[in-house]
Design a binder for this molecule. Structure first.
Ligand SMILES: [Zn+2]
Length: 82
């Protein structure tokens, strides 16, 4: 977990994944979006506590790992998988 914290603070977890902390609607914890240049941008609500930010980060990573961004399935089905 320590390394994950460090990685989050660094903001970049891999060559193709960037973590951004932005102020979002309180009902939105975060989301992930693929940019045209092939990067995955993980947006995390900066208003969340640190623990919730880490949970959100792990949640969005699961979406990437399960290739949900290129899926045409219903969002609710995808959310049930992570
Ligand atoms: Zn999700």
């Amino acid at each position: 977990m320590l390394s994950s914290l460090f990685i989050i603070q660094l903001g970049v977890i891999a060559m193709d994944i960037v973590v951004r902390f932005v102020e979002l609607n309180p009902r939105i914890r975060g989301f992930v979006k693929e940019s045209p240049d092939g990067f995955y941008n993980i947006y995390i609500n900066s208003c969340l506590c640190r623990e919730a930010q880490i949970k959100t980060y792990c949640h969005e990573i699961e979406h990437i790992k399960k290739n949900h961004l290129s899926s045409s399935r219903w969002v609710m089905d995808l959310e049930a998988e992570v």
